[in-house]
Design a protein around this ligand. Structure first.
Ligand code: C2E
Ligand code: CA
Ligand code: CA
Length: 928
């Protein structure tokens, strides 16, 4: 319903309500106040009727009195005027006087004249008045009361009496005269006329007689409103003393006020209706003009309002100037439109931005989903048990690995607390630390012993993380754990490995350090001595290289057994490196005791070892340091033992040396040398020394005779007065690969020197030591050829010395290289023959010319018969293969003699000459 219609209805309703209320008030007033007034009027009407009735009575009394005081009447009563009635009270006179009855009684009270006219006015007989006054109670009362209202049969009559007296009042009372008037319609009509009150007799009510004294004391009145007749009816009842009514008059008073009131109301209603219609129309018009039309304009504008910038508000421009609410609304719409357009623009931009954002978010979400899928797969497939709990610690998710690890099914674990895994191996403090760490760092990891469903207790490595949302609020705990029982077992094994050498089961370097430290502490406390032996195997490298590592390992085991045979159980033997052993000799009484043990060990290790049918000879060098003499801390004492061992090696191996201060200096010097070796070649610090080789048969101690060749031995002239021996720097050169360039230098230098001797007319075969690495280097053949070419030395004057280890690997390749070199005339010798392993088969295939018997065999020749046997065997083997034999390290005449006896071709050693520098050697050449 439109507002306009609503408003019209509202107005109509208000006016209607107002009118009805007004009407109700008026009706109420009419029915109360008007009614009272009408009642008063009706009562007054009744009073007037009563008064008029009284006047009728009075009139009758006046007439009767008038007649009674007339002399004629007195005379008639006195019986002196018999024509009186005829003359004065005939029918005409009675009619004029409007009386219905008259009677005259004489002095004796006897009726002397009477006349009665009935209601029709006809003269009739009348039996109600007796002959004698004394016979009538009514007459007697009337004499006293003068007037009365009586009923005689059908007639209700007003009676009035008077004593008959002469006019001059000069005679006695002659009798009584009475007159009566029937209360008929005529009388009532005259009363009506007189009072203007519509009155009539109610005929049903009648009584016998009632005396009226004065103002009719026995009159009862009553009012009845007859709404239908719009009149008020009053009843005037003339009653006897006993309330018996004799005459009832009815008065009718029209309700004029009421009638007028009703017509007034009708008028008001009509006026109001008209007035209401006018107001409604006017209001409608005003509303239409002032509100409804602008409102519908606004409505139309708003309903057509679009987000198009071109949309015009022309419909409501007229409203913009208005200074009322509608004007405000119109202006607000205008403002709103502007703002909406701006907002719309903004929204559109945001929309675009949002779509881009949604796109990128969707992509990210897709990626995240893919990642989540991967994480899910990882969680499903990982071997680690993953458990996710809520913040109360109740399990809400887990993977299969968890069920596998704990033995509980998924249903048994869901919504349970992980404390069901508790093994009661940890105290509350342990768990408190766990929770403290979780609360403070959001993370905990460590080892926990848990219990499986079957009761087994097992160790696991547990990681617990607190998962937080973007605001940092904790959401879940995630526990990842793995069963580490296997790990634990291997840890123990590892622990053993960490401290023990797996091969020999001897303590390793770590445990040795511990033991040494303990030993020092103990010895310090108890003021005891102890010795530390540093044992290094000689030629172990050769065994490894020639027989392979497995054989080397077996050898080490045998070595361990042999050393163990020499020591007491309280001594500690450790293996601290490949072929390095240490021995803590507990509680030695004298310094020499350590030396005795060392000698014993050396002796043991010089013995033949048999490994898988192979006879192997090694040996060892031992350095001895003593506590507290050589040092009071582990580092010093170990360093001194180590240095002493080196010294022992330098002394020619197979020896033991006590530590000394010189020794330490020596070691330090060695370290320096190592550092400086690399620049030494550029600085031209290397020198070649030459040691002659002589035919055994001709060789003489210290004499330059029977020269068969010369061996080139490298020296390092580190400082003008300091020469470093090859054993001190070659191991490093080998390790770093520097040996290859150094070897090339040696080769060139040796060839050049040999060429000089050749040019001097002293042609001599020069032997050059070639390291395994050189031989295996790519262009070794070219290097040899280049050296020959650049020096111009005839190739047959060059001999290359290689060790057995040089051709253990890649034998075919090495044979090929050797053959190519040999092809130009260069010859080969196997150096240190017998210390490594050279199969006879190889010897057959190798293009060598010479076998060089190692010094140790030469030395052992004099010590035992077996040593000599070996030398003999080598010599005969050489001869068997058509090779020459060279014995190294010949120091004594006895050795020379023996070698000669055993058929050795050539010798080399200090007995004839130590290695010499170039110049010395040239002199030596010329001494021949
Ligand atoms: P090697 O080839 O066995 O050389 C013989 C070693 O025995 C030389 O030691 C020599 O001085 C020493 N010697 C000779 N006669 C006797 C003797 O009667 N008694 C004793 N006790 N020793 C004697 P040096 O010069 O110290 O060389 C040691 C090793 O260094 C050589 O053993 C060789 O393997 C290596 N070497 C030396 N120069 C070179 C070189 O230019 N190139 C390569 N690759 N190695 C070299
Ligand atoms: Ca050699
Ligand atoms: Ca040698």
């Amino acid at each position: 319903m439109r507002i306009k219609t609503k408003l019209v209805f509202l107005t109509a309703f208000c006016i209607g309500l107002y009118t009805i209320s007004l009407l109700l008030i008026m009706v109420y007033l009419i029915n109360t106040r008007f009614f009272m007034a009408e009642k008063d009027l009706a009562e007054k009407d009744m009073d007037r009727v009563v008064n008029a009735f009284q006047v009728q009575t009075e009139n009758l009394r006046v007439i009767v009195t008038d007649y009674a005081f007339w002399d004629e009447t007195w005379n008639y009563a006195m019986n002196r005027n018999p024509d009186y009635i005829q003359a004065n009270l005939d029918d005409a006179a009675c009619k004029n006087l409007k009386i219905s009855l008259f009677a005259i009684y004489n002095q004796e009270g006897t009726q002397i004249g009477m006349k009665y006219y009935n209601a029709m006015g006809e003269s009739a007989s009348f039996s109600y008045l007796p002959e004698k006054i004394t016979d009538s109670e009514i007459l007697q009362t009337l004499i006293v009361q003068k007037s009365a209202l009586v009923r005689f049969g059908e007639d209700i009559m007003i009676l009035s009496s008077s004593s008959i007296l002469p006019t001059a009042n000069n005679g006695p009372v002659a009798g009584l005269m009475l007159m009566g008037k029937i209360v008929n319609d005529e009388i009532i009509q005259s009363i009506c006329k007189q009072t203007r009150v519509d009155t009539k007799i109610v005929p049903e009510k009648r009584g016998d007689v009632v005396l009226v004294n004065g103002k009719y004391p026995h009159i009862q009145t009553g009012l009845f409103q007859d709404l239908g007749d719009s009149t008020m009816t009053g009843y005037i009842s003339f009653v006897l003393k006993n309330d018996e009514p004799i005459l009832l008059l009815q008065t009718k008073t029209p309700l004029e006020l009421r009638a007028q009131g009703i017509s007034l109301i009708n008028l008001i209603i009509s006026l109001f209706v008209v007035y209401a219609i006018v107001i409604i129309l006017f209001m409608n018009f005003l509303f239409q003009y002032m509100i409804s039309r602008p409102l519908s304009l606004l409505e139309k504008t708003l309903s057509h309002l679009t987000l198009n910038a071109n949309f015009q508000l022309s419909g409501i421009t007229s409203l913009f100037v208005r200074e009322d609410e509608l004007g405000n609304i119109a202006r607000a719409i205008k403002e709103m439109k502007t703002r909406i357009l701006i907002a719309h623009d903004e929204v559109q931009k945001n929309n675009e931005r949002l779509s881009l954002l949604v796109e990128s978010r969707t992509a990210i979400l897709a990626q995240t989903n893919a990642k989540l899928e991967i994480f899910k797969k990882i969680m499903e497939t990982t071997s680690e048990a993953v458990i996710i709990t809520d913040l109360n610690g109740n399990i809400i998710e887990m993977n299969d690995a968890t069920n596998l690890m704990t033995g509980y099914s998924r249903e048994e674990l869901l919504y349970k607390n992980p404390r069901i895994f508790k093994s009661f191996r940890h105290n509350t403090a342990y768990y408190k630390e766990l929770w403290d760490s979780l609360y403070s760092d959001g993370f905990w990891q460590g080892e926990i012993w848990d219990r499986k469903k079957d009761g087994t207790i097992y160790p696991k490595w547990q990681t617990i993380n607190v998962i937080k949302d973007s605001t940092g609020k904790p959401l879940n705990y995630v526990g990842v754990s793995s069963d580490i029982s296997v790990l634990k077992e291997s840890e123990e094994k590892l622990l053993h490995l960490a401290y023990y050498d797996p091969l020999t089961s001897l303590p390793n370097r770590t445990l040795f350090s511990d033991r040494l430290e303990n030993k020092i502490a103990l010895a310090t406390r108890n003021d005891k001595l102890f010795g530390l032996l540093f044992i290094d195997l000689d030629r172990f490298k050769n065994v490894n290289d020639t027989l392979g590592h497995m054989m080397g390992d077996l050898l080490l085991i045998q070595v361990t057994q042999k050393i163990s045979e020499c020591i007491r159980s309280s001594d500690t033997l450790s293996r601290i490196g490949g072929d390095e052993f240490t021995l803590i000799l507990d509680d030695i009484a004298e310094d020499e005791n350590a030396g005795f043990v060392a000698t014993q060990i050396l002796h043991m290790l010089e013995q033949r070892f048999e490994i898988h049918g192979n006879d192997v000879y090694i040996g060892a060098s031992i350095g001895i340091a003593l506590f507290p003499k050589d040092g009071r801390d582990p580092e010093t004492i170990l360093r001194k033992a180590d240095a002493a061992m080196y010294l022992a090696k330098e002394d020619g191996r197979g020896r033991a040396r006590y530590a000394s201060d010189d020794l330490e200096k020596e070691t330090q010097r060695r370290h320096e040398i190592e550092a400086k070796m690399h620049t030494a070649l550029e600085r031209n610090e290397f020198r070649l020394f030459y040691q002659p080789q002589n035919y055994s048969a001709q060789a003489k101690a210290g004499l330059p005779i029977g020269l068969s060749g010369v061996e080139t031995l490298i020296r390092w002239q580190h400082k003008p007065d300091e020469i470093i021996m090859p054993d001190d720097f070659l191991p490093v050169a080998e390790e770093t690969g520097f040996i290859v360039s150094l070897g090339t230098w040696v080769l060139n230098e040796a060839c050049r020197d040999a060429k000089r001797w050749f040019d001097m007319g002293k042609p001599l075969q020069v032997s050059v030591n070639v390291d395994t690495r050189q031989l295996n280097a790519k262009n070794f053949v070219e290097t040899v050829f280049a050296a020959l070419e650049s020096s111009g030395l005839p190739p047959n004057l060059l001999k290359l010395e290689i060790t057995e280890s040089g051709f253990v690997k890649h034998i075919d390749q090495v044979i090929d290289i050797m053959k190519r070199i040999q092809a130009v005339g260069v010859s080969f010798a196997i150096d240190d023959f017998g210390t490594g392993f050279c199969s006879l088969q190889y010897l057959n295939r190798l293009p060598v010319d010479c076998l060089k018997i190692d010094q140790s065999f030469v030395r052992s020749m004099g010590e035992s018969s077996s040593g000599g046997d070996i030398v003999s065997a080598v010599i005969s083997m050489a001869h068997a293969f058509g090779l020459c034999s060279v014995a190294e390290g010949v120091e004594t005449e006895a050795q020379l003699e023996q070698l000669c006896a055993r058929g050795c071709d050539t010798i080399q050693g200090y007995l004839v000459s130590r290695p010499m520098p170039y110049d010395a050697f040239v002199q030596y050449l010329y001494q021949q």
